[in-house]
Write a protein that binds this ligand. Structure first.
Ligand code: SAM
Length: 273
């Protein structure tokens, strides 16, 4: 039986962890909600989890309660004493690394697969997310991503063609992964509450189509969605071979980017790769 930990609000007060705007700190305190978030990646008992931005450790505690072995990267040194208390309550289950997650390669932290779970500031979250999805090696070492985003960004990630939310982020998240909106989180669940609603996205890698260059897919989607109101024959003009590729695939060059399915983008990139 682990030693009981004090309530998070008390931990925050005792360690003087006033939320820093610069670090995008909006904390979650509701244990029931945190347990539901920790359940999204599936059973965690004995599994390795990389948590980014544990803050005072609310989500960390929930992951540990679920039996995960957690490695947590936190930028804010002020959180370290609170996290040390969590480490003591869950012996050999938690490793805390102080640093900037944007500068740490997770491959150096794990030998085998690991699930990534994070409630991050939105700018950092999107940068890490696109980085994790952009690796040339596939399947990646991570087994799943469970990430909090602004609801609007979460909707873009899971969006489908013919919607205004559909764009590069959807293609990146869906061409060799399954991405779903796992849970909406009301702004009032956070302390302090952010201006907008949040949602958690869960992503699992799937087998990638052979012979598609990630860089080429990026190039095509960047050009196509860069001028999303234009027909492809205009927006893809600057990508050598793209218009011929559309023709060979029977994709009408009069269509606009947002009408193409993820599979169609992938087939264009494959012809060009
Ligand atoms: N996980 C906690 C929770 O759910 O209550 C805290 C979430 S808070 C939105 C984001 C956390 O990420 C903060 O503790 C912040 O210090 C940390 N953070 C911000 N940028 C970071 C970065 N580049 N690397 C690591 N941690 C970062």
């Amino acid at each position: 039986m682990n030693a009981p930990l004090p309530p998070l609000r008390e931990v925050i007060a005792r360690h003087g962890l006033s939320a820093s705007k610069a670090l995008g700190q909006n904390f979650l305190f509701d244990e029931h909600l945190l347990d539901r978030i920790a359940a999204i990646p599936g059973p965690l008992h004995g599994r390795d989890v990389l948590e980014i931005g544990p803050g005072p450790g609310g989500l960390t505690r929930a992951l540990l309660r679920a039996g995960a072995r957690v490695t947590a990267i936190e930028m804010d040194r002020r959180c370290l004493p609170a996290l040390a208390e969590v480490e003591a309550a869950f012996p050999r289950q938690l490793t805390v690394i102080q640093g900037d997650a944007l500068k740490i390669d997770p491959a150096t932290l794990f030998d085998g697969p690991y699930a990534i779970v994070a409630n991050l500031p939105y700018n950092v979250g999107t940068a890490l997310f696109t980085g994790w999805l952009s690796g040339e090696a596939w399947p990646p070492q991570w087994s799943s991503l469970t990430l909090m985003f602004q609801e609007e960004v979460a909707r873009r990630i899971v969006s489908t063609p013919d919607t205004s939310a559909y764009g590069r982020l959807a293609v990146l998240a869906q061409w060799r992964s399954r991405a779903k909106l796992a849970m909406k989180v009301h702004r009032s669940a956070f302390t302090p509450p952010p201006k907008v609603m949040s949602a958690i996205v869960h992503v699992e890698p799937e087998p990638a189509l052979e012979g598609v260059s990630m860089r080429m897919l990026e190039r095509v989607t960047e050009a196509a969605f860069g001028q999303r109101r234009k027909m492809l024959r205009q927006s893809l003009k600057g990508v050598p071979g793209a218009l011929d590729a559309l023709e060979s695939l029977g994709i009408d060059a009069q269509r606009r980017a947002e009408t193409l399915t993820v599979a169609e983008f992938v087939s264009v990139a494959k012809v060009l790769s």
